[in-house]
Design a protein around this ligand. Structure first.
Ligand SMILES: Cc1cc2nc3c(=O)[nH]c(=O)nc-3n(C[C@H](O)[C@H](O)[C@H](O)COP(=O)(O)OP(=O)(O)OC[C@H]3O[C@@H](n4cnc5c(N)ncnc54)[C@H](O)[C@@H]3O)c2cc1C
Length: 476
């Protein structure tokens, strides 16, 4: 008989959290610590959402989205998770750019970027300093009409090399473009520039295991392989229950970590919303997806430290978002993982990531799909050869993932790696105005995406859930 993954669940919880991405996990933890009964439902067999990993024959463990995040993650993990988790967050110092316009290494801090832009690109210090100050002072309530391109032109007119240095890592990271609002760039860039790029020592598996232990200690009822099919709402638009694996579970509130468009259009259904809100939700653009190639070297076989930790490689003459998304790959980000990523390991691993369009991969016939993945692996090795000579002889494992893979595991429409474009944030934040007791936390609008954005958005939304469940007493 098939296993019942919901065996022993209660009939009712204060809060049901749909999805165990970093926003869902964090929201569940904050609410449980506040004393609410929380049911966390995840359709996959593993917690973490995009913050995930997989194991392969021969002892390889590949991380999917552990390439780098800002230092703010340390503070958020200490405050909303545990000291132990915060202590494993360490800096990556070897960031490298190789492209036809420049070849350089940086620690990706404000000081080092200032040095590079002044000494190597010949821009006056005052201009660079003013640019950083402007980016840093940007906040969510600022003018949202200025684009990143306009911001760059204001400070570095006609300097495509500087634009590329400033933009390429952010585009690789979250798919944003020069036409996105400058504030999204300013906030993400300043987060990174505060102290550089950080990682989680021990790997994503260790992080998620520690988070799971903390959730359990705080009393969260966690269920994997549990697909929420429906969020039930009353005619007067109030959340009452979810239907998961065919079972109805009542609740006071729902925090959805599923894609915002799926939450509205699939889990609830458009008939429950104002028509204008539905139009707005439908108009939200999804972010692009990704392809990755996972490369494991034979046990004990290494690559040189000079490879760095993160290498932004591009063969394209200038910065070109369409080229970065093209299936005909000319730009890759290589993450080099040394044994110290997982202390005690004897593995050197490489993950190559490229931005990708879902449509380029979605409807290929099966044999063509497999052949194209194989081609991606081969061209990635060809490219890698210049950084890791004789890579094919050193190789023990190689495989590729595509937008289809990301869609399959996280149920994000079109496998969107970073949820939606900026306009998704407003739709996400105004969801509770449409349906009482329904909240969303998860990748929307760049700022609320990535590891740090997702964790912080989980906290912000759980505070809203708390206010809804326990309204403040009227003051006299
Ligand atoms: C290739 C790649 C590389 C990345 N690299 C980085 C990086 O280096 N640094 C960084 O900061 N960020 C990176 N990111 C982005 C980062 O991983 C994500 O922004 C973040 O993890 C998303 O968290 P989330 O809370 O929005 O939820 P998600 O991770 O999107 O998780 C949502 C969860 O909800 C579950 N779910 C959905 N629908 C249902 C349902 N109906 N029922 C039950 N469960 C459901 C899904 O299975 C999933 O577990 C990367 C992403 C990708 C794809």
């Amino acid at each position: 008989m098939a296993k019942d993954f919901l065996a022993g669940t209660k009939d009712r919880y204060d809060v049901v959290v749909i999805g165990s991405g970093l926003a869902g996990l964090t929201g569940a933890n904050v609410l449980a610590k506040q004393g609410y009964s929380v049911l966390l439902l995840e359709h996959h067999y593993q917690l973490g959402g995009m913050a995930t990993w997989f194991k392969r024959r021969g002892g390889h463990i590949f991380d999917i989205s552990l390439h780098g995040f800002p230092v703010g993650m340390k503070k958020s993990c200490r405050k909303y998770w545990t000291d132990e988790i915060a202590e494993s967050i360490v800096q990556l110092k070897g960031i490298r750019f190789e492209n036809p316009q420049f070849s350089l290494r940086t620690t990706f801090t404000r000081e080092d970027f200032t040095r590079i832009i002044t000494d190597e690109f010949g821009i006056p210090f005052e201009t660079v300093d003013q640019f950083f100050a402007t980016a840093r002072s940007m906040n969510f309530y600022d003018d949202q009409s200025k684009t990143t391109r306009e911001l760059f032109e204001e400070f570095f007119p006609g300097r495509s090399d500087v634009h590329r240095l400033l933009m390429e890592p952010i585009t690789y990271a979250n798919g944003s473009t020069m036409e996105d609002p400058a504030i999204t760039y300013g906030i993400v860039f300043s987060n990174f520039m505060s102290k550089g790029v950080f990682t989680f020592q021990g790997g994503t598996d260790k992080l998620v295991q520690q988070m799971k232990a903390e959730l359990e200690a705080n009393g969260v009822d966690i269920r994997i392989r549990s697909l929420v099919e429906e969020v039930e709402v009353t005619p007067d638009r109030r959340v009452t229950a979810v239907v998961v694996n065919g079972k109805r579970v009542e609740c006071g509130a729902v925090l959805s970590n599923a894609n915002i468009k799926s939450t509205i259009l699939k889990l609830v259904g458009e008939e429950h919303f104002d028509p204008e809100y539905v139009d707005e939700a439908k108009a939200v653009r999804l972010n692009n997806s990704s392809c990755q190639v996972y490369i494991g070297l034979k046990p004990g076989v290494s690559f040189d430290d000079s490879c760095g930790d993160l290498l932004f490689h591009s063969e394209h003459t200038g910065f070109d978002v369409d080229a970065m998304l093209s299936k005909d790959v000319s730009s890759r980000t290589f993450s080099f993982y040394y044994p110290q990523t997982r202390p005690g390991s004897d593995r050197w691993l490489i993950v190559s990531s490229t931005n990708a369009n879902y449509d380029d991969w979605a409807n290929l016939p099966e044999d063509q799909y497999e052949a194209d993945k194989q081609h991606l692996c081969e061209t990635t090795l060809d490219c890698l050869e210049q950084y890791v000579p004789n890579i094919r002889e050193k190789l023990d494992w190689i495989e590729a993932s595509t937008p289809r893979t990301f869609k399959h595991y996280t149920r994000h429409l079109e496998g969107a790696s970073f949820g939606t474009k900026f306009e998704g944030l407003k739709v996400s934040q105004t969801l509770p105005e449409q349906i009482h007791g329904l909240f969303h936390a998860g990748s929307v609008g760049i700022i609320m995406s990535g590891w740090l954005g997702a964790v912080n958005y989980g906290v912000i939304t759980s505070n809203e859930v708390d206010k809804y469940l326990t309204p403040a007493e009227a003051t006299v």
